[in-house]
Design a protein around this ligand. Structure first.
Ligand code: FAD
Length: 345
């Protein structure tokens, strides 16, 4: 029996672990090792909106490939009876900018449903309503898939197919190899790769958000400008955002950021002034110049161990999660592992 170790139980580690455990059922044992699990991972506080955002210079063709697979996955969950259990919704969404160059045609335009460029009349109306000067934008329908529901679902799916879980912090790759027989390591530690691997390209992109009770809102509004705000409904609450401070490790709620969030969102939608506040939260997005999804042949003494790295998903780790997990599986197949392609579910 081959031994696969996945490090990190965030949304990317779980998507990889599930696909590996299902494909290699009876052929390889998959162990997930993680310091934190849901509800303490980065994804847990996020809105789970499908949408490429702050993923550095990751090439468009990769973003399109990985995010398409995730969009299809969310659609399947939504269509086949798991929408209310996980919290998957198909919603109208408008993405806007005040950038003088307008909104460039998005590479993801054909993945979402019914994507239309906003007309000048629509931009003028929204600029008036929001007190902004929009220069471009798109309207379409897409999914929110709430990580607070998705992560437990993925974890159970992993365990139900025989996956093993160990809660621990991994100090180094060598420490994993010293303690057990391992044939393949998958590194999905997000920001943790800064310390565990010493990857200096990894940096936190701090995000503060608020959740309010506003069950009358059924549309996502994102102002993608640097000083913009966003409003994203989830099934129980509505997320108001948000900040994106580079290389900032502060996990405490800042009153300055709270003011920016509430003032900005209430300017866009004045009825939010009446919305009871539920909570505020800060998370650190695992930023990197590009997402690192690649195979490394790691030398440990006389041995060489394959490691597939899958981290640095920045502000769209939920959007890319299933597609990146599929690519991890694909890279593992190239190593000569043989799996059972029949789904066990
Ligand atoms: C405010 C905010 C809003 C967001 N909204 C969205 C959104 O709407 N849509 C979207 O697509 N994305 C969004 N994101 C980004 C998204 O949440 C992240 O990209 C994603 O959660 C990253 O997932 P991950 O699994 O790669 O990393 P993480 O969730 O950070 O998981 C890493 C895991 O590795 C473990 N780990 C780390 N180091 C070690 C170690 N040494 N040993 C053992 N375990 C280790 C951690 O404990 C953790 O379990 C948002 C982020 C923030 C902060």
């Amino acid at each position: 029996m081959k031994e696969i170790v996945v490090i990190g139980a965030g949304v990317n580690g779980l998507c990889a672990a599930v696909q590996l455990a299902e494909y290699y059922y009876g052929v390889a044992s998959v162990t997930l090792i993680s310091e934190d699990v849901s509800p303490a991972t980065t994804g847990d506080g996020s809105a789970g909106l499908w949408g490429p955002y702050y993923c550095g210079k990751t090439p468009d063709h990769k973003i399109v490939k990985w995010s398409t697979a995730t969009h299809v996955f969310f659609h399947q969950l939504w269509q086949n009876g798991l929408a209310s259990r996980i919290g998957v919704s198909l919603q109208p969404c408008v993405r806007l900018t005040t950038d003088p160059d307008g909104y460039p045609e998005p590479s993801w335009k054909d993945i979402v449903y019914g994507c239309q460029k906003l007309s000048q009349t629509e931009l003028d109306r929204l600029s008036y309503e929001h007190g902004r000067s929009y220069t471009g934008g798109y309207h379409f329908a897409t999914f929110t898939c709430e990580p607070s529901g998705l992560l437990p679902y993925l974890f159970n799916r992993f365990v139900n197919v025989g996956g093993k879980f160990v809660q621990a912090k991994v100090q180094s790759i060598d420490s994993v190899l010293n303690n057990r027989k391992v044939d393949l390591i998958i590194n999905c530690t997000g920001l943790g790769s800064l310390e565990m691997l010493g990857d200096k390209e990894v940096l936190p992109i701090r995000g503060q958000v608020a959740r309010v009770f506003a069950p009358w809102i059924f549309e996502i509004t994102l102002d993608d400008s640097d000083d913009g705000n966003y409003i994203i409904p989830n099934s129980e609450t509505v997320i108001l955002g948000g900040t994106h401070q580079m290389n900032d490790f502060n996990r405490n709620v800042s009153s300055t950021d709270s003011k920016f969030i509430f003032d900005g969102c209430e300017r866009m939608l004045p009825s939010l002034k009446k919305a009871p506040k539920v909570k505020e939260w800060v998370g650190l997005r695992p930023g990197r110049n590009t997402v690192r999804l690649e195979l490394e042949h790691y030398k440990a003494g006389k041995r060489t161990i394959p490691i597939i790295h899958n981290y640095g998903h920045g502000g769209c780790g939920v959007t890319l999660c299933w597609g990146c997990g599929t690519e991890v599986l694909h890279l593992s197949k190239g190593l000569g592992f043989h799996g059972d392609t029949k789904s066990k579910l």
